[in-house]
Write a protein that binds this ligand. Structure first.
Ligand code: NYM
Ligand code: MG
Length: 212
């Protein structure tokens, strides 16, 4: 390992359409890794526990209305308010398994018609994920899963546009995982990929920033 390349925890992000299985998979993945003795925290965005997060939550449950650009910037601010803690946690050697990140921010806002590049701008400078696990599912298949349609955005037509914007952000850190398999099959793929990137970061890998 060369000088200056830090040994640290890995930033692992799960992304995908609503009802693609991210939350259950995140929980299972984090507890598996902890069971293996890894230092791992499970995070999610939006983080609804902060003041900004509560504004986002009431917007999502359709109890409040906000301009598309304003809510976009609130989602981004909700990540910025956690940036220092995210970085110090990674540098202390703890890996983060994160349910949604900047990619959701861009994909969902661009699906409303906001300019794709404009949507990326406020994310610039946040820590870049070491691994993005994209749970790939057809919007029609996701729609048949429980509780779909409860929150804003949970409509097949909208989710189809979200998927196309996600596609435009794929890079070498992304791994596409077929989410139309059993929970255990999906989990198996995630475990292997996560363990690999944790090992890489543990032996030293520079923490990059969005957008690499
Ligand atoms: N969402 C999530 C956004 O529109 N922008 C963002 O930056 C993030 C992180 O919020 N439909 C959307 C995607 C989801 C919704 O997320 C709530 P979840 O994972 O269901 O709590
Ligand atoms: Mg949801």
């Amino acid at each position: 390992v060369g000088g200056g390349v830090e040994k640290r925890g890995a930033l692992i992000v799960l992304e995908g359409l609503d009802r693609s299985g991210k939350s259950s998979q995140c929980r299972a993945l984090a507890s598996f890794l902890r069971g293996r003795g890894q230092a791992v925290e499970e995070w999610r965005f939006p983080d609804r526990t902060t003041a900004i997060g509560q504004m986002i939550s009431s917007y999502l449950s359709e109890t409040s209305e906000l301009d598309d650009a304003a809510i976009h910037l609130l989602f981004s601010a909700n990540r910025w308010e956690k940036k220092n803690l995210m970085e110090s946690t990674l540098r202390a050697g703890t890996s983060l398994v994160v349910d949604r990140y900047s990619y959701s921010g861009v994909a969902f806002s661009a699906a409303k018609g906001l300019d794709f590049q404009w949507c990326k701008t406020p994310e610039k400078g946040l820590p870049a994920a070491d691994l993005v696990l994209y749970l790939d599912i057809q919007p029609e298949v996701a729609a048949r899963r429980g509780e779909y349609g409860v929150e804003r955005y949970e409509k097949v037509e909208f989710q189809t546009r979200v998927a196309s914007h996600y596609q435009a952000m794929r890079d070498s850190t992304w791994q596409i995982v077929d989410a139309d398999q059993t929970v255990d099959e999906v989990q198996q793929v995630l475990r292997e990929a996560a363990q690999n990137v944790i090992d890489t970061c543990k032996s030293g890998r520079e923490l990059l920033r969005l957008w690499p």
